[in-house]
Design a protein around this ligand. Structure first.
Ligand code: ZN
Ligand code: ZN
Ligand code: ZN
Length: 261
């Protein structure tokens, strides 16, 4: 409506209970919360008309008749509202709201700094984990290296032994033919001495070969993985969050409602 309609509207006595809202404020006006505050919660369609300071509550006429008729401080809302210094009360409540806001902001800031700390922690943890992988990796690699060296040493020794044995076999073969050669060509006495010498060599051989036989073990390479491995891996996978109670400034007390009046 226009300004002249507004003036007229305010003069009509049956309409004095109506509130005029600026057109551009219609959408932002808290109509729903206001209606919630005005309507009686127990009686549909009834408005709250009374306030009882004994019960700290407001209600409709039906409620008044039912529950607060005998209350000492049960009065009409208009009277209570007029008696109250509303601007002081508005200031008080705005202060209380701002206190709660401040307190929530402090909590928000605290959570934000925790979030930042966690984000800063992430690359450090990842680096630690990578270092761990590197450590385990190089350890296993060195075990593989050591295993290879051990195997090579063993193989080399076996190959040398085998070459040595081959030589001994050839030597024996030569001795066989030597005996034939000597016995065919030489005198009995010379052959006798040669055979005696050969027997001495054979006796020494027997001693040597018996020892070789007893040293001839079946060799097996064993890489033992420690039983601690399981514990080690379990320790690495134990990931947890540590919570230490933080000191938030005392302004957060605003969250605890203080007694009004
Ligand atoms: Zn008009
Ligand atoms: Zn009611
Ligand atoms: Zn009451």
């Amino acid at each position: 409506m226009c300004n002249s309609c507004k003036t007229l509207h305010e003069k009509i006595t049956t309409l004095t209970g109506h509130s005029l809202i600026k057109y551009e404020e219609v959408n932002s006006f808290p109509t729903t919360s206001l209606m919630q505050a005005i309507k009686c919660h127990h009686h549909n369609g009834e408005n709250r008309e009374f306030y009882c300071s004994d019960h700290c509550t407001s209600f409709c006429f039906t409620c008044f008749l039912q529950d607060h008729r005998r209350c000492e401080h049960s009065e009409r809302i208009e009277k209570v509202a007029n008696d109250l210094n509303q601007s002081v009360r508005i200031e008080e409540i705005i202060n209380r709201i701002e206190k709660q806001q401040k307190s929530l902001e402090t909590i928000h800031d605290h959570k934000h700094s925790t979030l930042q700390a966690l984000n800063e922690e992430r690359p450090k943890l990842e680096a630690e984990m990578s270092a761990l992988i590197e450590k385990i990796n190089s350890h296993v690699l060195s075990v593989i290296d050591e295993t290879g060296n051990l195997l090579n040493t063993e193989i080399k020794a076996l190959e040398e032994d085998m070459q040595e044995i081959k030589k001994d076999i050839e030597k024996l073969e030569r001795q066989k033919s030597d005996i034939n050669l000597v016995s065919n060509v030489c005198s009995h006495s010379k052959t006798f001495l040669f055979l005696h010498e050969t027997e001495n060599i054979l006796s020494k051989n027997e001693e040597k070969f018996d020892k070789m036989k007893s040293d001839c073990n079946l060799v097996k390479l064993i890489v033992s993985v420690s039983d601690n491995m399981g514990t080690l891996l379990k320790n690495i996978t134990n990931v947890s969050i540590d919570r230490t109670s933080a000191k938030i400034p005392s302004s957060s007390n605003a969250m605890i409602p203080t007694e009004v009046r």
